[in-house]
Design a protein around this ligand. Sequence first.
Ligand SMILES: Cc1cc2nc3c(=O)[nH]c(=O)nc-3n(C[C@H](O)[C@H](O)[C@H](O)COP(=O)(O)O)c2cc1C
Length: 183
Amino acid sequence: MDAIKNLLSRKSSKNLEAPFPSKKEMDIVYQSALRAPDHAWLRPSKFLEFKGDSLEELSKIFTNFANDHFQDDKAFIEKAKAAPFRAPMVIVLITEIKDHPKVPAIEQMLSTSAATQNILLALHALGYGAIWKTGKLALNENIPKYFNLDKNHHILGYIYIGTKSGDDRKVPHVNIEDFVTRQ
Ligand SMILES: Cc1cc2nc3c(=O)[nH]c(=O)nc-3n(C[C@H](O)[C@H](O)[C@H](O)COP(=O)(O)O)c2cc1C
């Protein structure tokens, strides 16, 4: 797909079903992710992929976290347990923060954020749908240990991936003059 057309037509998809990308396709997706800008080449971005039977494992991780931190919120515990099955493939977005005199943690998380957009764009170019989600299951200091990750790891969210189903939402029109000041 033409690169600019790909950029302008990408949109998130909530309804996702099988098939999901093959290993060969995901290799392209991860290569794209790892072309994100990365100050001092710290390589902070890591990805954990769940699909098929391993979605049960992700569900257990989410349930354990929800049980420990939201024990009074039964609706959230059920939502967390079911969350991985919204799509046939889920990628966990991780930043491994490294100490560096010139590169603070925020820059390393921004690098993973840029990698995430590359993932969304690569998936779109390959014809798949995806959506980046966070909520209570991400962006907190407690969740990484449920994935057996050390404290220097941050979870920036999850990309739900699959084949778009019943999603004909139009890309909204944006008036660029509302956002751009040309001096
Ligand atoms: C950091 C981040 C976290 C997000 N978390 C959620 C979320 O938890 N749930 C959700 O429905 N959308 C979430 N979104 C929004 C969707 O990913 C998506 O961008 C939005 O639905 C708009 O669709 P579009 O990408 O087609 O413009 C998040 C977006 C970002 C950038």
